[in-house]
Design a protein around this ligand. Structure first.
Ligand SMILES: Cc1cc2nc3c(=O)[nH]c(=O)nc-3n(C[C@H](O)[C@H](O)[C@H](O)COP(=O)(O)OP(=O)(O)OC[C@H]3O[C@@H](n4cnc5c(N)ncnc54)[C@H](O)[C@@H]3O)c2cc1C
Length: 388
């Protein structure tokens, strides 16, 4: 018998497990394959303010990013969190400039330093950036982290405090008695607990269905390329302005191919010198193959903004799934029609950055019945129909 069973050993599940263990709960994490085998192992690691939806999501990110300052130290592992030159989004024309300026105005209401800067200022921050830009969005205090290290660090820290992590075990159903969730059925038998957390990322909708719940989380594929290591090239994390437009104002995109692929650019340089290039957002169910059109779109964007990259070799392609929700907010909280069943999923392209606060608030909610920060806007109950 456990206090809490966390389903899913991704960055969210491991963060929740660590925080629950800190509150002295007996925790079991059940993971279908291995820790960090989902999105956390197929992502870049932007920990930024400027890529967050203005309003409650950015407010939450502010709380989360504050936690990154001491996270590595607390977890006892180097998670490669660094600010370097911040976050930059080069803008191509006046239309994008106006759209991002309006978003920035909204984002600044959360008290964060995000500003629009000139092309000259942007090129002074990133000298390899093409001069053929209209200007840029700049977020000097946005940083990056190594998402794999961070997930493993959460898992190890949770284990040190007594949590058990069971890998290669699939949750196939839930034990529901007297209208309450009392545990899980798995490929290795049944396990009981006072509370169960669904932290299955892009699969969380499917897993919720096993408990008879209809929650609209679906996979949104992102393709990624890794280049050969090169010398110091890029200090900031960079997305083209279209990245934020596709995320927050997709209705303004007229080109149907761009819209279908969600084709933009996201680029950062890792510790070993390789560049991670990404920037697609596609609804193709769980089809994880890299496609020629996706890669081509990303590469064209990369060379558009960083012309010298045309001579750099790509050594690896892969893809991951962002857990998409219709309103862009994650699902955090207890399902009112099924006491004992909690959701911690649906963080779309922001789950790495939001992992510290998600773990903390979910643990508080489960242990104390309320949290230190109001997460009612993220309640899974907003999606429940009359039937539940
Ligand atoms: C291309 C790309 C780029 C991204 N860039 C960023 C970024 O720069 N910054 C950022 O903050 N976020 C980014 N994200 C988003 C981030 O990766 C996700 O939001 C985050 O990883 C979600 O974590 P999770 O733990 O919810 O899901 P996952 O990491 O996917 O974990 C879910 C786990 O549940 C397990 N599971 C599923 N079904 C079952 C079952 N039945 N039984 C047991 N276990 C099960 C899976 O095996 C998986 O390990 C990006 C994502 C992608 C794809």
């Amino acid at each position: 018998m456990y206090d809490v069973i966390v389903v899913g050993g991704g960055i969210i599940g491991c963060s929740v497990a660590w925080q629950l263990s800190k509150l002295e709960k007996k925790v079991l994490v059940i993971e279908r394959t291995d820790v960090a085998s989902g999105s956390a192992g197929a992502t870049d690691g932007v920990v930024g303010y400027h890529t967050k939806k203005p309003g409650v999501q950015l407010d939450l990110a502010v709380q989360s990013i504050e936690m990154f300052k001491t996270l590595g130290q607390e977890l006892g592992m180097d998670v490669e969190y660094e600010l370097n030159a911040g976050g930059l989004q080069p803008v191509e024309d006046k239309e994008q400039w106006d759209m991002l300026s309006a978003m920035v105005e909204e984002q600044r209401k959360s008290g964060v330093d995000i500003r629009m800067i000139s092309a000259e200022e942007a090129c002074a921050i990133e000298p390899n950036l093409s001069k053929d830009i209209y200007g840029a969005l700049y977020s000097p205090t946005s940083g990056k982290v190594n998402p794999l290290n961070l997930t493993v660090a959460y898992a190890r820290a949770a284990k040190k405090l007594g949590a058990e992590i069971m890998t290669n075990t699939e949750v196939t159903g839930f034990i529901i008695e007297d209208g309450r969730c009392k545990g899980v059925m798995t490929s290795k038998g049944e396990f009981r607990a006072d509370a169960v957390v669904n932290a299955c990322g892009s699969w969380a909708g499917k897993v919720a269905k096993l408990a008879g719940l209809d929650l609209p989380i679906k996979p949104r594929k992102g393709q990624l390329a890794v280049t050969e290591p090169i010398g110091p090239y890029l200090k900031a994390t960079v997305q083209c302005a279209r990245y934020n437009v596709i995320k927050f104002r997709p209705e303004t995109i007229k080109d149907q191919t761009v819209l279908k692929l969600g084709a933009s650019l996201s680029i950062e340089q890792t510790e070993n010198g390789g560049l991670i290039i990404g920037g697609t957002r596609e609804f193709v169910d769980y089809e994880g193959e890299n496609t020629f059109e996706g890669i081509e779109a990303m590469m064209q964007r990369a060379v558009r903004f960083f012309p010298a990259l045309k001579d750099v070799s790509v050594i690896r392609f892969f893809s991951g799934f962002r857990p998409y929700t219709p309103d862009g907010l994650s699902l955090m909280g207890e399902v009112k029609t099924l006491p004992g069943f909690y959701m911690a999923a649906g963080h779309e392209g922001d789950g790495i950055a939001l992992s510290p606060i998600t773990g903390k608030l979910m643990a508080e909610l489960i242990v104390y019945g309320k949290c230190s920060y109001d997460i009612s806007d993220f309640s899974p109950n907003r999606f429940l129909t009359e039937e539940g």
